[in-house]
Design a protein around this ligand. Structure first.
Ligand code: C2E
Ligand code: CA
Ligand code: CA
Ligand code: CA
Length: 278
């Protein structure tokens, strides 16, 4: 029994080492990817429910890892980048690319707003506001067209610091959306305290539409909550026309999801918007 225990220990530590080695390799390749500019953005249209036309896009990061055959999706690297702090540098590159692209579309006569995901660690990094202000200035993208998406969990820890950062963003003229709303653990009181402009109903609730049930009740509650607090509301992960109709009946203003379009590379997005009309 004793040697069995020893073997098990050896087995675990070997596995641990393997996991640690894998993580180290991933960290190294994320660093390399940042240096070599291997991250690219795809864009998913954000639609007005009122006329089913695009009002803007959400920038979603992908990794063109030259050692792999296909694009790498954020699930595979955002968590690790968040853990190591590399997500701060990654987020800076994302913001730069998104604003540059947004400016280019604006110059072509396509005034699309640009939603960018910002992780908690990035938002609390020491010069985040400076990075945002510099990026807007350098790219010439109007602050009024930039929307930053944060998750509920960002609003929990260190509320003083978070509040200060969000107020500075608001003062710059940037909009603030709460992503995956309803899946976090925070209390509702912060909705009053922070200068938020939009709630995004999480896909897990939208999924359950139009059946009468918890998902439906929660979606409707989020719509009402947003409106009574003077915010707009957007549903994410809309895949069917029936979900769309249910949301329309609830007076939800915006949606995004495969029903309208999957995220696309910039050229495809541009063609899609031109065909669809603004
Ligand atoms: P998210 O911000 O909630 O983004 C929505 C995700 O849902 C995207 O996955 C999108 O492709 C997917 N999606 C959109 N419509 C539908 C639909 O109708 N059905 C289904 N099943 N899925 C849909 P993606 O691009 O793989 O991104 C995953 C997550 O990675 C994002 O979730 C976000 O949390 C994170 N992420 C993506 N880009 C960035 C970034 O630049 N910075 C940071 N910090 N996180 C990012
Ligand atoms: Ca998002
Ligand atoms: Ca989301
Ligand atoms: Ca999500």
């Amino acid at each position: 029994a004793k040697s069995e225990g020893k073997n098990r220990l050896a087995f675990y530590s070997e596995n641990l080492t393997k996991a640690a080695k894998l993580r180290l390799a991933l960290d190294r390749s994320i660093r390399r990817a940042l240096e070599n500019r291997e991250f690219v953005l795809h864009y998913q249209p954000q639609m007005s429910l009122h006329d089913d036309r695009p009002t803007g896009v959400e920038a979603l990061v992908r990794w063109k890892d030259p050692t792999r055959a296909s694009l790498v999706y954020p699930d595979e690297f955002i968590g690790e980048a968040e853990r190591t702090g590399l997500v701060v540098a990654l987020g800076t590159q994302v913001l730069e690319m998104a604003c540059q692209q947004g400016r280019a579309w604006l110059d072509e006569g396509l005034p699309l707003h640009m939603a960018v995901n910002v992780s908690a660690r990035q938002l609390r990094s020491p010069n985040f506001i400076q990075v945002v202000a510099d990026t807007l200035e350098r790219t010439g993208f109007p602050a009024g067209l930039l929307e930053i998406e944060i998750t509920e969990s960002t609003l929990i820890g260190d509320t003083e610091k978070t509040l200060a950062v969000l107020m500075m963003l608001r003062d710059l003229g940037v909009s603030l959306a709460v992503d995956d709303f309803g899946t976090g653990y925070s209390s509702l009181s912060y909705l009053q305290r922070f200068p938020l402009t939009k709630l995004k109903i999480d896909r897990s609730f939208v999924n359950q539409l139009p059946d009468v049930g918890a998902g439906c009740a929660i979606s409707e509650a989020v719509v009402k909550l947003s409106h009574s607090l003077g915010m707009t509301v957007q549903a994410e992960g809309v895949e069917t026309v029936r979900q769309l109709e249910a949301l329309r009946a609830m007076q939800c203003e915006f949606y995004q999801g495969y029903y309208a379009s999957r995220p696309m590379p910039p050229d495809a997005l541009r063609a899609w918007v031109l065909e669809r009309g603004l």
